[in-house]
Design a binder for this molecule. Sequence first.
Ligand code: F6R
Length: 611
Amino acid sequence: MCGIVGYIGKKQATPILMEGLSKLEYRGYDSAGVAVHHGDSIKMVKAQGKLVNLAKRLEETPLSGTLGIGHTRWATHGAPSDINSHPHMSEDKMIAVVHNGIIENYLEIKEELEAKGYQFHSETDTETVALLLDYYYKRGNDFLESVFAVLERIEGAYALAILCKDDPDTLIAARKNCPLVIGQGEGENFIASDIPALLHHTRDVYFLDDHEVAVVKADSITIYNEQKQTVERDLFHVDWSVDAAEKGGYDHFMIKEINEQPKIVQELIAQRVDREKGEIRMDGISLTKADLEKIDRIYVVACGTAYHAGLYGKFLIEKICRIPVVADVASEFRYKDPILDEKTLVIVVSQSGETADTLEALRISKRHGARVLAIVNAVGSSIAREADDVFYILAGPEISVASTKAFTAQALSMALICSHIALMMGHMTKEEFMALCDEWEALPQKISHVLQKSLVEEGLAKKYKQSKNVFYIGRGVDYFVSMESSLKLKEIAYLHSEAYAAGELKHGPIAMIEDSTLVIALLTQEALFEKTLSNIKEVKARGAKVIAITQKGNTTAEGEVEDIIYIPQSSWMTAPLLANVTTQLFAYYVAKELGTDIDQPRNLAKSVTVE
Ligand code: F6R
């Protein structure tokens, strides 16, 4: 999605804005622009396409000044173009605005402004904000009063950064349903839609809450609530290293993040598992035994990859804790009038903690009295702040648009929460818990083993890169990993692929199987192995080429399939996570073979802050 940066201080703003925007490229965008206050005027340069285009334009037309705002745009209203890129300015260049989100009532305001003689040049909703600000400002309000007046009028979601020609010492930021952080420096301050854009300059940040406005000057930051009263906010220290948001010698963030998985799993287990006490450390979570006893239903709600991790969690909780769990994608959940009351636990899963649909699902759940537990990566994100309890997955910044390490950490967090519930409710003995701890502690090494053998996936990617249709099949937990594997291949390699419960194939999709269709079969579940093998035979008989992913030591599939990827021996609970690492690698290498933009796949955005 779109990215925002802003700077006010003593240094030249343009290089800082450009560097900040480059750190937000991973969010996905199709045009970019900056506006800099030049003492007595605001100057702006914009360009369609990647940041290099903007950099070239800035060489031709340099912008000097120590106050500025920048933006990367992911088109919603109007095609990607120079004119639709942000910033947007009022006619006489009094006001400049960058905006993330969607102004839902912009047409109504646009008509109103047109009737007053305002002319619009772009197709965007954002231009409405710039012109409406201009309107209120010219009616005698000061800069801040004009911003408040606009916020009273606009509906929808926004993170805004605004400059006013008459006020060369002030940058104003506002937010509702879109993330915005303010970075505190010495004699300089920053704003950004996401922390990586600030990390080179400061680790001390304030998170803006919904309906808040920040007046940012070089040596002060003042935050106002909706009632225009100043509010105190704790400074948050970001403890990621700058390296965590850099490629560190890898070709892409995606492969770097895939390779981080052993370390992340190890740290998550070390932080959360207390072997001595025989329990999970649920730091910061106040879900007691009494609370759990009240709960008669659990929802797991998320989007995309996080939803797949949620499906894994649903399977575990039902199998181990014997509590009914409904898993739903957030965009459906929010509009289906779900059955929610104080006996419901809603677990929302989100890497970014900012996904609009998941955030709204959380709010609906809370409004109906349900208890909300969030499984989140981004510390201080909206979902983390609004949930009743937060379980951080501790995966560090995930920059690649395609989520990999977050999936593994989310799924494992689900397993940890499931064990916590099972221990509290008497569904798991201490011995069973210790056996699970052994499994989890062995997982980092097993993932490393899969990674060391990545030449296998690289070779298979070369062999099958021309496939037109790919089916991922599996049963039980393997089915959910099939869904995640299929999503990964689609989003970065642009290959059509589908995931099917292996037993469902013959109820329709088998009609699609023809000579050389690629079927990737996950067979990590011993109890279901023979069943899935039968399904492999059915597709083989119709001409499919099959790659099987199965546990080392079980050679039954040899002779039945074209290729086999062996994963280290593991329990039913952890083996699918290892299989998922193999399919992450396969998707990565296919995409590399096909030469796609792996870290920023077309049409996709990292943090989906619009519906
Ligand atoms: C896929 C992917 C998306 C996200 C989804 C939810 O690789 O990254 O499907 O998983 O947009 O995002 P979060 O977890 O940030 O809520």
